[in-house]
Design a protein around this ligand. Structure first.
Ligand code: HEC
Ligand code: HEC
Ligand code: HEC
Ligand code: HEC
Ligand code: HEC
Length: 170
C-alpha cells in the first residue's frame, strides 16, 4: 500500500514536471520566441565546433542595418560535399537546385516605427551575445531578450549612447 502511494506521488511529481516542460515549449513557440525553421540549422556545429565567425554567414552585420541570413551558395560551398546523405542536407540541396530561397522564419524583430542598426553597435564593440545570448550554444535559435524599449534605453544609459526619442524613432 505504502509503495503504491509512493508510486502515485512520484509519477504525479514527474508528470507535473513533464507538463511544465511541455508548457514551456508550447509557450516559447506560441510567443514565437523560437519558431520552427524550414531546415533545422544548428549554430552549435557551425559556430562552436567549426569556429565560423558570425559574419561568415551574416554578411552585412557590420556593414548595415540588417545582419541578413546567408545565401544558399555559402551553405553549398561546404554541403556540396559534406554530409550530403543527411535528410536536412538533402532538403538544402533541393532548395539550391530549384533556385528557391529558404523562407527562414524571423525570430528577432522590432516594430517598423523603431530605427535599429547593427553596424553602429558592432562598430562600438558590443558583442552579439548582449542582445542575442549565446547563439553558438543554441541548437535552435530562440529569442532571449525582450528587445523592448526599456532593454534598449537601459543599455544606452549604461554606455552614454544617445537617448533622445529621435535616436530610435525617426
Ligand atoms: C554557417 C552559417 C552561419 C553562421 C556561421 C552563423 N549563423 Fe546565425 N544564422 C544562420 C542561418 C542559416 C540562420 C537562419 C536559421 C535559424 O534561425 O537558425 C541564422 C539565424 C541567426 C539568428 C536569428 C535571426 C532572426 O530571425 O532573428 C541570429 C540572432 C543569429 N543567427 C546570430 C548568429 C551569431 C551571433 C553568430 C556567431 C556567433 C552566427 N549567427 C553564426 C547561419 C549562420
Ligand atoms: C544592440 C543589440 C544587438 C546586437 C549587439 C546584435 N543584434 Fe542582431 N538584432 C538585434 C535586433 C534589435 C534585431 C531585430 C532588428 C530588426 O527588426 O530590424 C536583430 C536581428 C538580427 C538578425 C535577423 C534580422 C537581420 O537583421 O537580418 C540577425 C541574423 C542578427 N540580428 C544577427 C546578429 C549578429 C551576428 C550579431 C553580432 C555580430 C548581432 N546580431 C548583434 C539586436 C542586436
Ligand atoms: C564551412 C563549411 C560549412 C558551411 C559553410 C555550412 N556547413 Fe553545415 N555543416 C558543416 C559540417 C562540417 C557539418 C557537420 C557534419 C557532420 O555531422 O558530419 C554540418 C552540419 C550541418 C547540418 C546538420 C546535418 C545533420 O543533420 O547531421 C545542417 C542542417 C547544416 N549543416 C546546414 C547548413 C546550412 C543551412 C548552411 C548555410 C547557412 C551550412 N550548413 C553551412 C559544414 C558547413
Ligand atoms: C548592449 C547595449 C545596447 C543595447 C541593448 C542597445 N544599444 Fe543601441 N547603442 C549602443 C551603443 C554603445 C551605441 C553608440 C554607438 C556609437 O557611439 O556609435 C548605440 C547606438 C545606437 C543607435 C545610433 C545612435 C545615433 O547616434 O544615431 C541607434 C539608432 C540605436 N543604438 C538603437 C538601439 C535600439 C532600437 C535598441 C534596442 C532594440 C538598442 N539600440 C539596444 C548600445 C546598445
Ligand atoms: C534606444 C532606443 C529607444 C529610445 C531612445 C526611445 N525608444 Fe521608444 N521604443 C523603442 C523600442 C525598441 C520600442 C518597441 C517596443 C516593442 O517592441 O513594443 C519602442 C516603443 C515606443 C512606443 C510604443 C509603446 C511601447 O512602449 O511599446 C512609444 C510611444 C515610444 N517608444 C516612445 C518613446 C519616447 C517618447 C521616447 C523618448 C523619451 C523614446 N520612445 C525613446 C526604442 C527606443
Amino acid at each position: 500500500m505504502m509503495i503504491r502511494i509512493l508510486q502515485i506521488l512520484i509519477t504525479g511529481y514527474f508528470g507535473a514536471f513533464l507538463l511544465l516542460l511541455a508548457g514551456l515549449g508550447v509557450g516559447w513557440s506560441r510567443m514565437n520566441l523560437s519558431p520552427e525553421q524550414p531546415i533545422a540549422f544548428p549554430h552549435t556545429i557551425h559556430v562552436t565546433r567549426l569556429g565560423l565567425p558570425c559574419n561568415f554567414c551574416h554578411l552585412y552585420v557590420d556593414k548595415g542595418k540588417h545582419a541578413t541570413v546567408p545565401p544558399l551558395s555559402i551553405c553549398m560551398s561546404c554541403h556540396q560535399n559534406i554530409a550530403t546523405d543527411r535528410p536536412e542536407i538533402v532538403k538544402l540541396t533541393g532548395y539550391f537546385e530549384r533556385g528557391e530561397p529558404i523562407a527562414w522564419n524571423r525570430i528577432h524583430k522590432v516594430p517598423d516605427f523603431v530605427y535599429f542598426t547593427h553596424k553602429r553597435h558592432i562598430k562600438a564593440g558590443i558583442d552579439c551575445s548582449a542582445c542575442h545570448g549565446e547563439i553558438g550554444a543554441m541548437k535552435k535559435v530562440w529569442r532571449v531578450r525582450s528587445l523592448k524599449m526599456g532593454f534598449c534605453v537601459t543599455c544606452h544609459e549604461k554606455y552614454g549612447a544617445p537617448q533622445d526619442c529621435a535616436t530610435c524613432h525617426k
